[in-house]
Design a protein around this ligand. Structure first.
Ligand SMILES: Cc1cc2nc3c(=O)[nH]c(=O)nc-3n(C[C@H](O)[C@H](O)[C@H](O)COP(=O)(O)OP(=O)(O)OC[C@H]3O[C@@H](n4cnc5c(N)ncnc54)[C@H](O)[C@@H]3O)c2cc1C
Length: 474
Protein backbone atom coordinates (compact mmCIF):
# COMPACT_ATOMS: atom_id res chain seq x y z
CA UNK A 1 0.00 0.00 0.00
CA UNK A 2 1.54 3.39 -0.98
CA UNK A 3 2.09 6.00 1.73
CA UNK A 4 -0.27 8.97 1.51
CA UNK A 5 2.64 11.40 1.58
CA UNK A 6 4.30 9.77 -1.46
CA UNK A 7 0.98 9.51 -3.29
CA UNK A 8 0.18 13.15 -2.66
CA UNK A 9 3.65 14.46 -3.41
CA UNK A 10 3.65 12.75 -6.82
CA UNK A 11 0.44 14.46 -7.95
CA UNK A 12 0.46 16.41 -11.14
CA UNK A 13 -0.76 19.56 -9.49
CA UNK A 14 1.04 19.75 -6.14
CA UNK A 15 -0.93 22.96 -5.43
CA UNK A 16 -3.75 20.61 -4.41
CA UNK A 17 -1.55 18.46 -2.17
CA UNK A 18 -1.08 21.44 0.12
CA UNK A 19 -4.82 21.69 0.65
CA UNK A 20 -5.55 22.19 4.31
CA UNK A 21 -9.26 21.59 3.72
CA UNK A 22 -8.74 17.86 3.00
CA UNK A 23 -8.39 15.18 5.65
CA UNK A 24 -5.86 12.37 5.35
CA UNK A 25 -7.49 9.20 4.02
CA UNK A 26 -8.34 6.40 6.42
CA UNK A 27 -6.64 4.07 3.92
CA UNK A 28 -5.39 3.71 0.38
CA UNK A 29 -6.45 0.56 -1.42
CA UNK A 30 -4.60 -0.55 -4.55
CA UNK A 31 -6.90 -3.30 -5.83
CA UNK A 32 -5.54 -6.14 -7.94
CA UNK A 33 -8.97 -7.28 -9.11
CA UNK A 34 -12.69 -6.46 -9.17
CA UNK A 35 -13.40 -8.36 -5.94
CA UNK A 36 -11.12 -6.01 -4.00
CA UNK A 37 -12.88 -2.93 -5.43
CA UNK A 38 -16.25 -4.40 -4.54
CA UNK A 39 -15.09 -5.17 -0.98
CA UNK A 40 -13.74 -1.61 -0.61
CA UNK A 41 -17.02 -0.06 -1.75
CA UNK A 42 -19.15 -2.24 0.51
CA UNK A 43 -16.87 -1.76 3.49
CA UNK A 44 -16.72 2.03 2.99
CA UNK A 45 -20.50 2.23 2.79
CA UNK A 46 -20.89 0.19 5.94
CA UNK A 47 -18.37 2.37 7.82
CA UNK A 48 -19.85 5.63 6.54
CA UNK A 49 -16.68 6.49 4.62
CA UNK A 50 -16.41 8.27 1.30
CA UNK A 51 -14.29 6.92 -1.54
CA UNK A 52 -12.04 8.79 -3.93
CA UNK A 53 -11.07 7.05 -7.16
CA UNK A 54 -7.64 7.77 -8.57
CA UNK A 55 -6.34 6.53 -11.94
CA UNK A 56 -3.63 8.87 -13.27
CA UNK A 57 -4.00 11.53 -10.54
CA UNK A 58 -4.14 14.45 -13.01
CA UNK A 59 -7.36 16.01 -11.75
CA UNK A 60 -6.74 19.78 -11.90
CA UNK A 61 -8.32 20.31 -8.47
CA UNK A 62 -7.17 17.08 -6.82
CA UNK A 63 -10.64 15.52 -6.56
CA UNK A 64 -9.22 12.01 -6.97
CA UNK A 65 -7.35 12.14 -3.66
CA UNK A 66 -8.79 14.98 -1.54
CA UNK A 67 -11.88 14.86 0.67
CA UNK A 68 -13.19 16.90 3.58
CA UNK A 69 -14.81 13.95 5.37
CA UNK A 70 -13.28 10.57 6.34
CA UNK A 71 -12.46 8.62 3.18
CA UNK A 72 -10.61 5.83 1.41
CA UNK A 73 -8.65 6.19 -1.82
CA UNK A 74 -9.12 3.50 -4.45
CA UNK A 75 -5.89 3.83 -6.40
CA UNK A 76 -6.12 1.99 -9.74
CA UNK A 77 -2.34 1.74 -10.34
CA UNK A 78 -2.36 -2.10 -10.36
CA UNK A 79 -5.18 -2.33 -12.89
CA UNK A 80 -3.41 -1.18 -16.04
CA UNK A 81 -3.49 -4.08 -18.49
CA UNK A 82 -4.02 -3.42 -22.19
CA UNK A 83 -5.12 -6.00 -24.78
CA UNK A 84 -5.07 -4.99 -28.42
CA UNK A 85 -7.11 -6.83 -31.05
CA UNK A 86 -5.95 -5.54 -34.42
CA UNK A 87 -8.15 -7.93 -36.38
CA UNK A 88 -11.27 -6.29 -34.95
CA UNK A 89 -9.59 -2.88 -34.47
CA UNK A 90 -10.50 -2.79 -30.79
CA UNK A 91 -8.72 -2.86 -27.43
CA UNK A 92 -9.55 -3.43 -23.76
CA UNK A 93 -7.72 -1.04 -21.48
CA UNK A 94 -7.92 -0.89 -17.71
CA UNK A 95 -8.46 2.47 -16.03
CA UNK A 96 -5.10 2.54 -14.22
CA UNK A 97 -3.16 2.57 -17.52
CA UNK A 98 -1.80 5.82 -18.88
CA UNK A 99 -2.42 7.22 -22.36
CA UNK A 100 1.29 6.69 -23.09
CA UNK A 101 0.98 2.98 -22.28
CA UNK A 102 -2.08 2.69 -24.50
CA UNK A 103 -0.41 4.43 -27.45
CA UNK A 104 2.74 2.32 -26.98
CA UNK A 105 0.86 -0.98 -27.04
CA UNK A 106 -1.17 0.01 -30.10
CA UNK A 107 2.01 0.98 -31.96
CA UNK A 108 3.70 -2.30 -31.03
CA UNK A 109 0.88 -4.14 -32.82
CA UNK A 110 0.28 -1.84 -35.79
CA UNK A 111 1.86 1.13 -37.55
CA UNK A 112 -1.46 2.13 -39.07
CA UNK A 113 -3.70 2.30 -35.99
CA UNK A 114 -3.93 4.89 -33.26
CA UNK A 115 -6.35 6.35 -30.73
CA UNK A 116 -7.73 9.91 -30.59
CA UNK A 117 -7.06 10.83 -26.94
CA UNK A 118 -5.03 13.48 -25.10
CA UNK A 119 -1.52 14.73 -25.73
CA UNK A 120 0.14 14.18 -22.35
CA UNK A 121 1.26 10.51 -22.01
CA UNK A 122 1.08 10.39 -18.20
CA UNK A 123 -2.66 11.19 -18.08
CA UNK A 124 -4.70 8.27 -16.71
CA UNK A 125 -7.27 6.48 -18.84
CA UNK A 126 -9.84 6.38 -15.99
CA UNK A 127 -10.33 10.12 -15.57
CA UNK A 128 -9.55 11.09 -19.15
CA UNK A 129 -12.02 8.78 -20.93
CA UNK A 130 -14.79 9.43 -18.43
CA UNK A 131 -14.41 13.21 -18.91
CA UNK A 132 -14.24 13.25 -22.74
CA UNK A 133 -10.59 13.41 -23.77
CA UNK A 134 -9.21 15.17 -26.82
CA UNK A 135 -5.88 15.48 -28.56
CA UNK A 136 -4.30 16.11 -31.95
CA UNK A 137 -6.76 13.87 -33.85
CA UNK A 138 -9.87 15.61 -32.45
CA UNK A 139 -10.83 17.15 -35.82
CA UNK A 140 -10.52 13.87 -37.69
CA UNK A 141 -12.04 11.51 -35.11
CA UNK A 142 -13.58 13.44 -32.20
CA UNK A 143 -13.01 12.51 -28.55
CA UNK A 144 -11.65 9.44 -26.81
CA UNK A 145 -15.12 9.01 -25.28
CA UNK A 146 -16.66 8.90 -28.79
CA UNK A 147 -14.74 5.66 -29.37
CA UNK A 148 -15.77 3.70 -26.27
CA UNK A 149 -17.86 0.67 -27.13
CA UNK A 150 -18.08 -1.18 -23.81
CA UNK A 151 -16.95 -0.84 -20.20
CA UNK A 152 -16.90 -2.68 -16.88
CA UNK A 153 -18.01 -0.68 -13.85
CA UNK A 154 -18.60 -1.51 -10.20
CA UNK A 155 -21.59 0.35 -8.84
CA UNK A 156 -22.55 1.55 -5.34
CA UNK A 157 -24.01 -1.87 -4.52
CA UNK A 158 -20.76 -3.56 -5.46
CA UNK A 159 -22.16 -5.10 -8.66
CA UNK A 160 -19.85 -5.58 -11.65
CA UNK A 161 -21.73 -4.52 -14.78
CA UNK A 162 -20.84 -4.19 -18.44
CA UNK A 163 -22.56 -2.23 -21.20
CA UNK A 164 -25.35 -4.75 -21.53
CA UNK A 165 -26.06 -5.11 -17.82
CA UNK A 166 -25.55 -1.43 -16.86
CA UNK A 167 -27.94 -0.30 -19.59
CA UNK A 168 -27.57 2.43 -22.21
CA UNK A 169 -28.30 5.35 -19.83
CA UNK A 170 -25.40 4.62 -17.49
CA UNK A 171 -23.16 3.68 -20.42
CA UNK A 172 -24.03 7.10 -21.92
CA UNK A 173 -23.26 8.91 -18.65
CA UNK A 174 -19.75 7.54 -18.10
CA UNK A 175 -18.58 8.65 -21.57
CA UNK A 176 -17.97 12.30 -20.71
CA UNK A 177 -20.09 12.81 -17.59
CA UNK A 178 -17.18 12.03 -15.24
CA UNK A 179 -16.83 8.54 -13.80
CA UNK A 180 -16.59 9.51 -10.15
CA UNK A 181 -20.34 10.22 -9.83
CA UNK A 182 -21.44 6.76 -10.95
CA UNK A 183 -19.03 4.02 -9.84
CA UNK A 184 -15.55 2.67 -10.32
CA UNK A 185 -14.84 2.02 -13.97
CA UNK A 186 -12.46 -0.90 -14.16
CA UNK A 187 -11.89 -1.17 -17.89
CA UNK A 188 -12.95 0.18 -21.27
CA UNK A 189 -13.35 -1.39 -24.68
CA UNK A 190 -12.35 1.08 -27.37
CA UNK A 191 -12.51 1.20 -31.14
CA UNK A 192 -9.11 2.00 -32.63
CA UNK A 193 -8.80 4.42 -35.53
CA UNK A 194 -6.68 4.24 -38.66
CA UNK A 195 -3.67 6.46 -39.13
CA UNK A 196 -1.47 6.74 -42.24
CA UNK A 197 2.02 5.16 -42.09
CA UNK A 198 3.48 8.67 -42.36
CA UNK A 199 2.19 11.82 -40.69
CA UNK A 200 3.70 15.32 -40.67
CA UNK A 201 4.34 17.61 -37.72
CA UNK A 202 5.52 21.17 -37.33
CA UNK A 203 6.17 23.72 -34.62
CA UNK A 204 6.38 27.28 -35.91
CA UNK A 205 6.98 30.19 -33.51
CA UNK A 206 5.92 33.75 -34.24
CA UNK A 207 6.59 36.65 -31.94
CA UNK A 208 3.30 38.31 -30.99
CA UNK A 209 4.04 41.71 -32.51
CA UNK A 210 1.40 43.65 -34.39
CA UNK A 211 1.82 41.61 -37.61
CA UNK A 212 1.72 38.26 -35.88
CA UNK A 213 -1.29 39.13 -33.77
CA UNK A 214 -2.91 39.33 -37.19
CA UNK A 215 -1.80 35.72 -37.94
CA UNK A 216 -3.37 34.45 -34.71
CA UNK A 217 -6.53 36.32 -35.58
CA UNK A 218 -6.50 34.77 -39.05
CA UNK A 219 -5.94 31.28 -37.55
CA UNK A 220 -9.38 31.56 -35.96
CA UNK A 221 -11.00 31.72 -39.39
CA UNK A 222 -9.07 28.78 -40.79
CA UNK A 223 -8.25 26.12 -38.18
CA UNK A 224 -11.78 24.77 -37.63
CA UNK A 225 -12.60 24.72 -41.36
CA UNK A 226 -9.59 23.16 -43.08
CA UNK A 227 -9.55 19.52 -44.04
CA UNK A 228 -10.13 17.24 -41.01
CA UNK A 229 -6.68 15.66 -41.32
CA UNK A 230 -5.07 18.95 -40.28
CA UNK A 231 -4.86 20.03 -36.65
CA UNK A 232 -3.08 23.29 -35.86
CA UNK A 233 -3.24 24.48 -32.30
CA UNK A 234 -1.86 27.76 -31.03
CA UNK A 235 -0.07 28.15 -27.73
CA UNK A 236 0.49 31.74 -26.65
CA UNK A 237 3.27 31.88 -24.10
CA UNK A 238 5.75 34.17 -22.47
CA UNK A 239 9.33 33.50 -23.53
CA UNK A 240 12.11 34.71 -21.28
CA UNK A 241 15.72 33.76 -21.92
CA UNK A 242 19.13 35.45 -22.22
CA UNK A 243 18.35 36.88 -25.63
CA UNK A 244 14.65 37.37 -25.61
CA UNK A 245 11.73 38.57 -23.55
CA UNK A 246 8.60 38.35 -25.60
CA UNK A 247 5.21 36.81 -25.97
CA UNK A 248 5.15 34.18 -28.68
CA UNK A 249 2.53 32.23 -30.55
CA UNK A 250 3.52 28.64 -31.20
CA UNK A 251 1.68 26.95 -34.06
CA UNK A 252 1.85 23.26 -33.16
CA UNK A 253 0.48 20.90 -35.78
CA UNK A 254 -0.26 17.32 -36.76
CA UNK A 255 -1.20 16.50 -40.34
CA UNK A 256 -2.41 12.98 -41.09
CA UNK A 257 -0.58 12.90 -44.41
CA UNK A 258 2.70 13.75 -46.08
CA UNK A 259 4.58 17.06 -46.52
CA UNK A 260 3.91 17.07 -50.25
CA UNK A 261 0.18 17.35 -49.54
CA UNK A 262 0.49 19.65 -46.54
CA UNK A 263 2.39 22.49 -48.22
CA UNK A 264 -0.15 23.14 -51.01
CA UNK A 265 -2.96 22.86 -48.45
CA UNK A 266 -1.30 25.45 -46.21
CA UNK A 267 -0.45 27.73 -49.17
CA UNK A 268 -4.09 27.74 -50.11
CA UNK A 269 -5.78 27.91 -46.72
CA UNK A 270 -3.31 29.64 -44.39
CA UNK A 271 -0.57 31.37 -46.46
CA UNK A 272 -0.14 34.00 -43.70
CA UNK A 273 1.83 31.47 -41.63
CA UNK A 274 4.40 31.10 -44.43
CA UNK A 275 4.98 27.40 -43.78
CA UNK A 276 8.01 25.98 -45.61
CA UNK A 277 8.84 22.29 -46.21
CA UNK A 278 11.91 22.74 -43.93
CA UNK A 279 9.56 23.51 -41.02
CA UNK A 280 7.95 20.07 -41.37
CA UNK A 281 9.00 16.57 -40.35
CA UNK A 282 7.48 13.31 -41.52
CA UNK A 283 7.32 10.48 -39.01
CA UNK A 284 5.11 7.61 -37.85
CA UNK A 285 2.01 8.43 -35.79
CA UNK A 286 3.60 7.03 -32.61
CA UNK A 287 6.65 9.24 -33.15
CA UNK A 288 4.28 12.20 -33.43
CA UNK A 289 2.92 11.25 -29.98
CA UNK A 290 6.45 11.65 -28.59
CA UNK A 291 6.91 14.88 -30.54
CA UNK A 292 3.74 16.42 -29.11
CA UNK A 293 4.72 15.25 -25.64
CA UNK A 294 7.96 17.22 -25.96
CA UNK A 295 10.43 14.32 -26.16
CA UNK A 296 13.53 14.90 -28.29
CA UNK A 297 13.74 13.02 -31.56
CA UNK A 298 15.31 9.59 -31.33
CA UNK A 299 14.02 8.80 -27.81
CA UNK A 300 12.91 5.15 -27.55
CA UNK A 301 9.16 4.52 -27.51
CA UNK A 302 9.58 3.09 -24.00
CA UNK A 303 9.65 6.66 -22.61
CA UNK A 304 5.87 6.43 -22.97
CA UNK A 305 5.81 3.74 -20.30
CA UNK A 306 7.33 5.66 -17.42
CA UNK A 307 6.45 8.85 -15.65
CA UNK A 308 9.22 9.02 -13.07
CA UNK A 309 10.59 12.19 -14.61
CA UNK A 310 7.25 13.56 -15.67
CA UNK A 311 7.92 17.08 -16.98
CA UNK A 312 4.33 18.10 -16.40
CA UNK A 313 4.33 18.12 -12.59
CA UNK A 314 4.01 21.73 -11.38
CA UNK A 315 1.88 24.06 -9.28
CA UNK A 316 -0.84 25.36 -11.51
CA UNK A 317 -4.35 26.67 -11.91
CA UNK A 318 -6.29 26.35 -15.15
CA UNK A 319 -9.61 27.50 -16.56
CA UNK A 320 -11.31 26.87 -19.90
CA UNK A 321 -13.62 28.46 -22.45
CA UNK A 322 -15.19 27.64 -25.77
CA UNK A 323 -15.13 30.18 -28.59
CA UNK A 324 -18.06 30.40 -30.99
CA UNK A 325 -17.24 33.72 -32.74
CA UNK A 326 -13.81 34.92 -33.77
CA UNK A 327 -12.20 37.12 -31.13
CA UNK A 328 -11.28 40.68 -32.25
CA UNK A 329 -7.62 41.48 -32.89
CA UNK A 330 -7.34 44.05 -30.11
CA UNK A 331 -8.10 41.30 -27.57
CA UNK A 332 -4.97 39.36 -28.59
CA UNK A 333 -2.98 42.57 -28.28
CA UNK A 334 -4.35 43.03 -24.75
CA UNK A 335 -3.56 39.39 -23.91
CA UNK A 336 0.00 39.98 -25.07
CA UNK A 337 0.36 42.91 -22.69
CA UNK A 338 -1.16 40.95 -19.81
CA UNK A 339 1.21 38.04 -20.47
CA UNK A 340 4.20 40.31 -19.94
CA UNK A 341 3.12 40.55 -16.27
CA UNK A 342 3.44 36.78 -15.65
CA UNK A 343 6.21 34.32 -16.47
CA UNK A 344 4.73 30.85 -16.70
CA UNK A 345 1.51 31.51 -18.45
CA UNK A 346 -0.10 29.81 -21.42
CA UNK A 347 -3.17 30.19 -23.57
CA UNK A 348 -3.74 26.94 -25.41
CA UNK A 349 -6.21 27.15 -28.27
CA UNK A 350 -7.30 23.77 -29.70
CA UNK A 351 -9.32 23.89 -32.94
CA UNK A 352 -12.58 21.97 -33.22
CA UNK A 353 -14.78 21.60 -36.32
CA UNK A 354 -14.42 18.55 -38.55
CA UNK A 355 -15.73 15.37 -36.92
CA UNK A 356 -16.55 17.30 -33.71
CA UNK A 357 -19.23 19.28 -35.57
CA UNK A 358 -20.87 16.16 -36.98
CA UNK A 359 -21.58 14.50 -33.63
CA UNK A 360 -24.86 15.64 -32.02
CA UNK A 361 -24.59 17.51 -28.67
CA UNK A 362 -26.51 14.81 -26.83
CA UNK A 363 -24.77 11.70 -28.24
CA UNK A 364 -22.62 11.58 -25.08
CA UNK A 365 -22.57 14.04 -22.12
CA UNK A 366 -19.75 16.16 -23.63
CA UNK A 367 -21.86 18.80 -25.46
CA UNK A 368 -19.36 21.19 -27.06
CA UNK A 369 -19.85 20.29 -30.70
CA UNK A 370 -21.15 22.20 -33.73
CA UNK A 371 -20.66 25.95 -33.58
CA UNK A 372 -17.51 25.80 -31.46
CA UNK A 373 -14.48 27.14 -33.31
CA UNK A 374 -12.00 26.21 -30.64
CA UNK A 375 -11.36 25.51 -26.98
CA UNK A 376 -9.20 27.76 -24.84
CA UNK A 377 -7.27 26.57 -21.85
CA UNK A 378 -5.81 29.32 -19.65
CA UNK A 379 -2.95 28.01 -17.57
CA UNK A 380 -0.73 29.69 -15.03
CA UNK A 381 2.12 27.80 -13.37
CA UNK A 382 4.52 28.75 -10.61
CA UNK A 383 7.72 27.22 -9.31
CA UNK A 384 7.78 28.09 -5.62
CA UNK A 385 4.58 27.44 -3.81
CA UNK A 386 3.17 29.17 -0.79
CA UNK A 387 -0.12 30.69 0.23
CA UNK A 388 0.86 34.08 -1.13
CA UNK A 389 2.28 32.80 -4.47
CA UNK A 390 -0.74 30.62 -5.03
CA UNK A 391 -3.19 33.45 -4.27
CA UNK A 392 -1.37 35.91 -6.49
CA UNK A 393 -1.25 33.63 -9.55
CA UNK A 394 -4.81 32.43 -9.18
CA UNK A 395 -6.01 36.01 -8.76
CA UNK A 396 -4.19 36.94 -11.99
CA UNK A 397 -5.78 34.06 -13.90
CA UNK A 398 -9.26 34.89 -12.63
CA UNK A 399 -8.82 38.47 -13.81
CA UNK A 400 -7.85 37.25 -17.29
CA UNK A 401 -10.90 34.97 -17.31
CA UNK A 402 -13.16 37.91 -16.36
CA UNK A 403 -11.61 40.01 -19.11
CA UNK A 404 -12.39 37.30 -21.71
CA UNK A 405 -16.08 37.01 -20.82
CA UNK A 406 -17.48 39.15 -23.69
CA UNK A 407 -15.55 37.17 -26.29
CA UNK A 408 -16.41 33.55 -25.50
CA UNK A 409 -19.47 31.24 -25.38
CA UNK A 410 -22.49 32.54 -23.45
CA UNK A 411 -25.66 31.22 -21.79
CA UNK A 412 -23.94 29.30 -20.38
CA UNK A 413 -20.31 30.31 -20.57
CA UNK A 414 -19.19 26.73 -21.10
CA UNK A 415 -16.19 24.80 -19.79
CA UNK A 416 -14.51 21.41 -20.28
CA UNK A 417 -14.90 18.92 -17.44
CA UNK A 418 -11.40 17.48 -17.82
CA UNK A 419 -10.01 20.98 -17.19
CA UNK A 420 -11.75 20.90 -13.84
CA UNK A 421 -12.32 24.31 -12.29
CA UNK A 422 -13.91 24.58 -8.86
CA UNK A 423 -14.35 28.35 -9.36
CA UNK A 424 -17.38 27.48 -11.51
CA UNK A 425 -19.24 26.31 -8.42
CA UNK A 426 -19.28 23.35 -6.05
CA UNK A 427 -21.70 21.13 -4.17
CA UNK A 428 -21.68 22.66 -0.72
CA UNK A 429 -23.16 19.61 1.00
CA UNK A 430 -24.00 15.95 0.35
CA UNK A 431 -27.61 16.75 -0.54
CA UNK A 432 -26.93 19.55 -3.02
CA UNK A 433 -29.94 19.74 -5.29
CA UNK A 434 -30.07 19.63 -9.04
CA UNK A 435 -31.09 23.29 -9.22
CA UNK A 436 -28.23 24.37 -6.96
CA UNK A 437 -25.73 22.37 -9.03
CA UNK A 438 -26.98 23.71 -12.38
CA UNK A 439 -24.74 26.72 -11.78
CA UNK A 440 -21.60 24.68 -12.55
CA UNK A 441 -23.18 21.58 -14.16
CA UNK A 442 -24.64 23.31 -17.21
CA UNK A 443 -21.30 24.94 -17.94
CA UNK A 444 -19.73 21.52 -18.41
CA UNK A 445 -22.72 19.66 -19.84
CA UNK A 446 -25.27 22.21 -21.13
CA UNK A 447 -28.59 20.42 -21.84
CA UNK A 448 -27.11 17.02 -20.95
CA UNK A 449 -26.85 17.92 -17.26
CA UNK A 450 -30.47 17.00 -16.59
CA UNK A 451 -30.13 13.53 -18.11
CA UNK A 452 -26.94 12.97 -16.11
CA UNK A 453 -28.85 13.84 -12.91
CA UNK A 454 -31.66 11.46 -13.89
CA UNK A 455 -29.17 8.64 -14.49
CA UNK A 456 -27.58 9.44 -11.13
CA UNK A 457 -30.91 9.05 -9.34
CA UNK A 458 -31.50 5.67 -10.87
CA UNK A 459 -28.03 4.18 -10.35
CA UNK A 460 -26.83 5.79 -7.09
CA UNK A 461 -29.98 7.00 -5.26
CA UNK A 462 -28.13 7.38 -1.92
CA UNK A 463 -25.43 9.52 -3.54
CA UNK A 464 -22.59 7.32 -2.33
CA UNK A 465 -20.25 8.40 -5.15
CA UNK A 466 -19.94 12.12 -4.57
CA UNK A 467 -17.46 14.95 -4.49
CA UNK A 468 -17.41 18.76 -4.84
CA UNK A 469 -18.52 18.54 -8.46
CA UNK A 470 -20.36 15.23 -8.67
CA UNK A 471 -23.68 14.92 -10.47
CA UNK A 472 -26.63 15.54 -8.11
CA UNK A 473 -29.87 13.54 -8.12
CA UNK A 474 -32.74 14.79 -10.24
C1 LIG B 1 -0.26 17.59 -17.79
C2 LIG B 1 -1.68 17.38 -18.21
C3 LIG B 1 -1.97 17.27 -19.56
C4 LIG B 1 -3.29 17.06 -19.99
N1 LIG B 1 -3.55 16.96 -21.33
C5 LIG B 1 -4.83 16.76 -21.74
C6 LIG B 1 -5.15 16.64 -23.13
O1 LIG B 1 -4.28 16.69 -24.01
N2 LIG B 1 -6.44 16.47 -23.48
C7 LIG B 1 -7.45 16.40 -22.55
O2 LIG B 1 -8.61 16.21 -22.94
N3 LIG B 1 -7.18 16.50 -21.22
C8 LIG B 1 -5.90 16.68 -20.82
N4 LIG B 1 -5.64 16.80 -19.48
C9 LIG B 1 -6.73 16.73 -18.51
C10 LIG B 1 -7.03 15.26 -18.16
O3 LIG B 1 -7.75 14.67 -19.23
C11 LIG B 1 -7.89 15.21 -16.88
O4 LIG B 1 -7.20 15.81 -15.82
C12 LIG B 1 -8.28 13.78 -16.55
O5 LIG B 1 -9.42 13.77 -15.72
C13 LIG B 1 -7.16 13.05 -15.85
O6 LIG B 1 -7.45 11.71 -15.64
P1 LIG B 1 -6.58 10.92 -14.55
O7 LIG B 1 -7.09 9.53 -14.50
O8 LIG B 1 -5.14 11.13 -14.81
O9 LIG B 1 -6.91 11.74 -13.25
P2 LIG B 1 -7.52 11.37 -11.80
O10 LIG B 1 -7.12 12.52 -10.97
O11 LIG B 1 -7.09 10.01 -11.36
O12 LIG B 1 -9.08 11.34 -12.08
C14 LIG B 1 -9.79 12.47 -12.54
C15 LIG B 1 -11.27 12.32 -12.15
O13 LIG B 1 -11.80 11.10 -12.66
C16 LIG B 1 -12.22 10.23 -11.59
N5 LIG B 1 -11.78 8.88 -11.92
C17 LIG B 1 -10.51 8.49 -12.18
N6 LIG B 1 -10.48 7.18 -12.44
C18 LIG B 1 -11.74 6.72 -12.34
C19 LIG B 1 -12.32 5.42 -12.48
N7 LIG B 1 -11.59 4.35 -12.77
N8 LIG B 1 -13.66 5.28 -12.28
C20 LIG B 1 -14.43 6.37 -11.97
N9 LIG B 1 -13.91 7.62 -11.81
C21 LIG B 1 -12.58 7.80 -12.00
C22 LIG B 1 -11.50 10.77 -10.36
O14 LIG B 1 -12.14 10.40 -9.17
C23 LIG B 1 -11.48 12.26 -10.64
O15 LIG B 1 -12.74 12.81 -10.32
C24 LIG B 1 -4.33 16.98 -19.03
C25 LIG B 1 -4.03 17.09 -17.68
C26 LIG B 1 -2.72 17.30 -17.26
C27 LIG B 1 -2.41 17.43 -15.78
Amino acid sequence: MPMYSSLVSSQHNPRCSNSTASKRPVGIVTPENEAEIRATILCSREQGLQVRIRSGGHDYEGLSYLCKTPFIIIDMRNLRSITIDIKHETAWVQSGATLGELYYHIAKKSQTHGFPAGICPSVGVGGHFSGGGFGAMVRKYGLAADHIIDAYLIDAKGRLVDRETMGEDLFWAIRGGGGASFGVIVSWKIKLVRVPPKVTVFNVHRSMDRQNTEIVHRWQHVAHKVQNELFIRVIIQYIHDDKNTSVQALFNSLFLGEVKDLIPLMDKSFPELGLEPEDCTEMSWIESVLYFAGFTSGEPLEVLLGNETDPYVSYFKAKSDFVTKTIPKHVFERIRKKFLQQKLVFLIMDPYGGRMSEIPESRIPFPHREGNLYNIQYLVKWEVNGVWASKEHIHWLRALYRYMEPYVSKHPRSAYLNYRDLDLGTNLHANTTYSEARKWGEKYFKGNFKRLAQVKRSVDPYNFFRNEQSIPLY
